[in-house]
Design a protein around this ligand. Structure first.
Ligand SMILES: NC(=O)c1ccc[n+]([C@@H]2O[C@H](COP(=O)([O-])OP(=O)(O)OC[C@H]3O[C@@H](n4cnc5c(N)ncnc54)[C@H](O)[C@@H]3O)[C@@H](O)[C@H]2O)c1
Ligand SMILES: [Zn+2]
Length: 346
């Protein structure tokens, strides 16, 4: 049985259909004329499943496409095919496609209606959920953007069968993050069923993705515009962003290492029991995610310091009180630096 989650935010309403099928898309579209935005990989693999559309805009796959240049070229293509305020924009693809689609649709002619069919696990649990849409500028991630909800997000697990293992791990990293900050039950389910999950068992995915989407939407609905509560979703991310910039590793791998750092720091602050931190480490390993890495501490510490300088020597950091309970703590920068040193030497 598929599940529905309804999100009502300041920036709109969104219906999230979990474990639905592309064949149900016509019910969501209700006869509206659509233009599809996708990328070359997804188009090659799934074009035959796309609904009839006035036009299909195919982007080059990859993070490098998330620029204002791409956005402008899409605006021009929309003009070319005479898109107007009644045109519906459908993004079919991973997080790059949904971020660009949401931004283009929210800004073209001051806003067209739009929806997403996320095709990566990361997009299904994270990028397509919550209403943040945007592009990068000068290599800085998501500098330009809007918060605006799509009309719907249709999650069909059959897309995941063609997803490379690394991309799948990216999704599981964010799923483990959500479990660690907000749901002990989900964490235990992942511990018990990791093999089945990696085999993409459909019933299990429905439970795991359903719960992760519920966690993200619950946090977002408390704080859609990212003023406080939403910071919890950044668990593991401060360190991850610095690591990703300095080394060629995936976002999921970087977040995994960032969660190890944050869990260690939570233990050091006497907030989390050491045994709980070990469980987090073990679970990440079960999903093929890294838990240690040789890195140059100066390449990591300085950028974090630079980034946070505006707020003096203090830094907001998401720590854990237990598995399933996070809190945002204001730490001295030196404490974070020491934890990075420990991880570097471990
Ligand atoms: N808006 C948000 O709240 C939010 C949250 C998290 C991440 N993001 C953004 O999402 C992006 C990352 O998303 P992503 O990990 O989905 O990356 P992605 O969109 O680059 O997709 C990863 C790769 O998988 C391919 N692909 C997509 N679906 C496939 C399928 N079913 N089978 C085979 N290959 C497939 C893509 O072509 C691409 O090469 C980043 O730009 C990040 O900033 C946004
Ligand atoms: Zn992330």
């Amino acid at each position: 049985m598929s599940q529905r989650i309804y999100f009502h935010g300041e920036t709109g309403r969104c219906q999230i259909l979990i474990d639905d099928s592309m064949s149900q898309l016509s019910a969501c579209l209700a006869g509206q004329e659509i233009i599809i935005i996708t990328d070359d990989n997804v188009n090659r693999l799934y074009n035959q499943l796309f609904p009839p559309a006035r036009d299909i805009i195919i982007l080059q796959s990859g993070e490098g496409t998330k620029t204002l240049l791409t956005v402008e070229s899409i605006y021009r293509q929309l003009l070319c095919v005479s898109a107007d305020r009644s045109t519906f924009i459908l993004g079919i693809g991973g997080g790059v496609v949904s971020d660009i689609t949401g931004f283009v649709a929210s800004t073209f002619m001051r806003g067209l209606r739009f929806g997403f069919v996320p095709t990566t696990l990361l997009a299904q649990v994270d990028a397509a959920i919550g209403g943040k849409n945007g592009v990068n500028l000068n290599g800085f991630k998501n500098m330009i953007g809007v918060v605006n909800q799509p009309d719907f997000v249709l999650i069909d697990f059959s897309f995941l069968k063609t997803l490379p293992a690394k991309e799948l791990a990216n999704g599981f990293s964010e799923i483990i993050k959500c479990a660690a900050i907000a749901s002990r039950d989900l964490f235990e389910l992942l511990e018990e069923e990791s093999e089945q999950a990696l085999r993409l068992d459909n019933d299990l995915l429905r439970r795991i993705v359903g719960e992760t989407v519920r966690i993200k939407t619950a946090i977002v609905s408390l704080d859609e515009k990212d003023r406080g509560q939403r910071k919890k979703l950044n668990f593991g991310h401060t360190f991850a962003h610095a690591l990703e910039k300095a080394y060629r590793i995936t976002h999921g791998e970087a977040v995994s290492l960032g969660m190890i750092l944050a869990a260690n720091l939570s233990v050091k602050k006497n907030m989390l029991e050491a045994a709980e931190a070990s469980r987090i480490r073990k679970l990440l390993q079960m999903f093929g995610l890294p838990v240690s890495m040789k890195f140059d501490r100066d390449k990591i510490v300085e950028p974090i310091h630079q980034d946070k300088k505006k707020s003096g020597q203090m830094i907001d950091f998401v720590l854990l009180r237990s598995i399933g309970e996070a809190s945002v703590e204001r730490l001295r920068f030196s404490e974070v630096g020491e934890a990075i040193d420990d991880l570097c030497e471990s």
